[in-house]
Design a protein around this ligand. Structure first.
Ligand code: XIL
Length: 373
């Protein structure tokens, strides 16, 4: 891979100098400063507002979806992804569980396949994720009695992985899901116990931003729509870290929501999370119709309304704060919510149905994207 495609193709939609300025300015300055920042440079909308317009063509910002290496053998899915999306996030292949071997060595073959797909199709690549409570490898667990060795291994893992993908990714979810599920405080994990509650996050950002200063360093979490306490805890954490000089470059809000979410809650969350002035990534959008419940036409209509609400709220942000909207599964059957322990049979959380046909959710997203450039 040459360095030119990395920088030109995968980063063309983001004004990097503006992003660097944000992360330094942070919340302290209390300024959005967005008038000076470049708008993202994706193709502009066409004239038709029906579902014949590819999602990415309806949009002035990158529209992403998650992808796994298994998807590379699914020709209809690949065609749908190439037509509709301008960014991919590996579902699992850039997580520690895949990359880190029991010997402490890194294996990049799976992630590299997806990076090559992104390169070949001129799509941006979003890195997901360096540190996650959910993956606590035996290699690290074995080092807990030696604090210095643990810290070194933590640094080496982050710098090796970020260094490997340096220039290929537009951003990294540096830490994923740091807040406790109920929103009361931070999550307990191998990392927090070993390195300290705020410190494991601060250290991860320091290592990641020094290994690739050009990648936007995101803090990513979920469940901030219905739970205002969780949102407050998350934002307080971001402010605390910015105050101590940690270069958080963006906020990721996964946006795994439900048709049962109160109208307005998703929009409020987006506005609130953007209030610090950092770029925002709707990083894993899906809208469950309810686990175990058949998806009625009414539920799919509500799903479309919620999708519009998310896109409308996002498009009300200054253009320079819009990093991307990423769907977590292009077709219903590609969704993690269709796998155990969730609902293998019947959930329909995505914009395309099991056969890749457009759903009302897709039409709603296209229409909202086009109406707010
Ligand atoms: C999920 C993937 O979709 C699955 O394929 C994998 O088996 C487990 O992880 N929040 C996240 C994502 O940040 O990494 C999760 O992705 C979904 C929830």
């Amino acid at each position: 891979m040459t360095s030119s495609w990395r920088l030109v193709d995968n980063r063309s939609a983001i004004d990097e100098s503006a992003v660097g300025a944000w992360s330094r300015r942070g919340v302290m300055a209390g300024l959005l400063g967005c008038g000076a920042c470049g708008a993202v440079g994706m193709p502009s909308a066409g004239s038709s507002d029906d579902v014949s317009t590819p999602l990415k063509r309806a949009s002035t910002l990158p529209i992403g979806c998650c992808m796994a290496t298994g998807d590379l053998a699914d020709a209809p899915l690949l065609a749908l992804i190439k037509r509709n999306f301008s960014q991919i996030t590996p579902s699992y292949e850039m997580k520690m569980g895949v990359i880190l071997g029991p010997d402490g060595k890194c294996r990049f073959d799976a992630g590299d396949q997806l990076a090559a797909f992104a390169q070949a199709n001129k799509m941006r690549l979003h890195g997901h994720t360096l540190v996650w409570y959910n993956i606590q490898p035996a290699y690290f667990a074995a080092l807990t009695k030696d604090a210095a060795a643990f810290s070194r291994a933590y640094r080496d893992y982050i710098t090796t992985v970020v260094g490997h993908y340096r220039g290929m990714v537009s951003g990294w979810d540096v830490v994923n899901e740091p807040v406790a599920p109920d929103g009361n405080g931070l999550r307990d994990s191998l990392w927090s116990r070993q390195l300290g509650a705020d410190d494991y996050i601060a250290t991860a950002f320091e290592h990641a931003t020094s290994a690739d200063p050009g990648a936007i360093a995101f803090l990513n979490d979920y469940g901030m729509e219905a739970n205002a306490t969780k949102r407050r805890t998350f934002l307080a954490l971001v402010e605390r870290l910015l105050k101590r000089g940690v270069k958080i470059g963006g906020i990721g809000t996964q946006t795994h929501i439900s048709v049962d979410l109160a109208p307005g809650a998703a929009a409020s969350a987006i506005a609130d999370l953007a209030s610090l002035g950092l770029p925002l990534h709707v990083s894993e959008l899906d809208i469950t119709v309810g686990r175990g419940r058949a998806a009625s036409d009414a539920a799919l209509a509500t799903q479309a309304q919620r999708a519009s609400e998310v896109v409308d709220a996002y498009m009300r942000l200054p253009a320079s704060q819009r990093y991307a909207i990423t769907l977590w599964g292009a077709r219903d059957r590609d969704s993690w919510l269709r796998k155990p322990p969730y609902d293998p049979a019947s959930d329909r959380p995505s914009p395309f149905d099991d056969n890749g046909r457009p759903k009302p959710m897709l039409a709603a997203m296209i229409s909202s994207l086009k109406s707010r450039q």
